[in-house]
Design a protein around this ligand. Structure first.
Ligand code: FAQ
Length: 311
């Protein structure tokens, strides 16, 4: 029986038929998805912190309202993604416990500090730009609930990216000090953004199997290349200099050659030793503990209602 179930699964993958929660799937497929989707969810939740840092200091009421909405959108993305992961049989409590204990990862990018207002522009432009590059193909990922969650997430991310670009454009067309602030933020965020796509293909243990199962549609290096090719003209439009002396147009490959990412820095951040790792996790743990009364009250309320309905 096991054999025919596996054959049916493989057939669906080959024919681009989505795998749904109640379908049979190989244990490793389930495990890979729980890993990727929960890490994606954690990234959205931890990802609220660097920008949240500027909500009270945004330069105008309008900027503040926009940033507040964007950060709320990220919370929504985290919640969809936890729900999608839960359909695979792992509880949200378990996933959150794994984040708080350091067992589960989240994107390296959110371990860098936001030092100036320009960093908020750079995050929207670059980090959301990278997120879109990575997530638009996930609309076609083989697991149904994940693919469907990505549709709305990508629409909102596109909006976030325009928002970031517009902040950068305002700064770049402003006073020399503003332009300088934009360039400095660009210098800080460019390389960490390239790291978001994950290790080089030959050092990525999960890519091959995930491509075969159509969980991933492109490799880490393919997406990184596309991102560089998309961003360089945007940087030129803004009048900013890409902080990479090796960046050069390559006519033959119809794309840019670019310098090597500092992989030592990448793994160091992934292992928990980046500039803000400890601070990010302790902030999340504190928020979770301080929110315990809300979860208890919601549960008590639900129980009371269920009891009333049963009477
Ligand atoms: N940071 O074998 P691979 C956002 C880990 S966007 C930390 O290549 P895979 C929106 C990887 O987990 C950011 N760890 O792994 C937003 C694995 O370790 P494991 C989130 C990383 O899964 C914007 C190991 O290295 N987006 O949040 C990173 O095939 C603004 C080996 O790597 C997603 O999660 C990294 N950068 O490929 C929010 C997208 N890269 O798990 C707020 C979905 C790799 O075996 C504000 N995820 N690792 O212990 C994916 O597409 C994939 O999981 C990759 C990694 C591409 C991230």
């Amino acid at each position: 029986i096991e054999k025919s179930l596996e054959e049916a699964f493989e057939e669906k993958i080959a024919n681009e038929v989505r795998i749904e929660p109640k379908d049979w799937m190989p244990e490793q497929y389930r495990k890979t998805l729980v890993r990727q989707i929960s890490q994606h969810a954690h990234s959205e939740i931890v990802g609220m912190l660097p920008e949240g840092n500027w909500i009270t200091r945004a330069p105008s009421l309008k900027r503040k309202a926009i940033l507040l909405s964007k950060v709320q959108d990220e919370a929504g993305h985290g919640l969809y993604l936890y729900s999608a992961a839960e359909t695979l049989g792992t509880s949200r409590d378990q996933m959150i416990a794994d984040l708080h204990s350091g067992k589960a990862k989240y994107s390296s990018i959110f371990n860098y500090p936001t030092l100036s207002w320009a960093d908020i522009g750079a995050i929207g432009w670059l980090v959301d730009g990278a997120a879109i590059m990575n997530q638009v193909p996930l609309i076609r990922t083989s697991y149904g609930p994940y693919a469907r969650a990505m549709v709305r997430v990508c629409k909102e991310e596109s909006f976030h990216q325009r928002q970031g670009f517009e902040i950068m454009m305002t700064l770049c067309n402003g006073a020399p000090a503003q332009k300088k602030m934009a360039q400095e933020a660009f210098n800080r965020w460019w390389w960490p953004t390239l790291m978001m796509f994950g290790p080089k293909d030959e050092e990525s243990p999960n890519t091959e199997q995930s491509m075969r199962w159509k969980i991933k549609r492109f490799t880490n290096d393919e997406l990184r290349q596309r991102f560089v090719d998309m961003m360089v003209p945007q940087a030129e439009f803004l009048g900013l200099t890409v902080p990479d002396k090796d960046l050069k147009w390559n006519e033959a490959k119809n794309g840019y050659d670019f310098g090597d990412v500092d992989w030592e820095e990448f793994w160091n951040v992934v292992k928990g030793n980046g500039p803000c790792n400890k601070d990010r996790i302790s902030t999340r743990v504190k928020a979770h503990e301080e929110g315990a009364w809300v979860r208890e009250a919601a549960l008590a309320h639900a129980q009371k209602r269920a009891q009333r309905e049963a009477e």
